[in-house]
Unconditional design. Structure first.
Length: 84
């Protein structure tokens, strides 16, 4: 053994934890956006023959994913600003 410590610095652990929580938030918000968009598609596009249902579900999923990423980005920026 060389006597060097391989412990991970607390700042790396904080970043890792924030990103992990952000990924969970993104997954939840993407799923919720997909479900809400799908429900809106069922209500607004009753015929089902057009791609409107799929488009609305995809739009909802995209909005949910963007919302989750934005929240994660804000959390990371705040955490890094507090470290200075």
């Amino acid at each position: 053994m060389s006597g060097q410590s391989t412990a991970t610095p607390p700042s790396e652990l904080a970043v890792s934890s924030t990103i992990r929580q952000g990924m969970e938030t993104m997954f939840i918000r993407t799923t919720m956006g997909f479900l809400v968009g799908g429900m809106v598609g069922v209500v607004l596009a009753r015929s089902g023959s057009s791609g409107a249902r799929k488009a609305l579900a995809g739009l909802g999923a995209g909005i949910g994913m963007g919302s989750g990423w934005t929240r994660t980005s804000i959390d990371l920026e705040e955490m890094l600003a507090n470290k200075k």
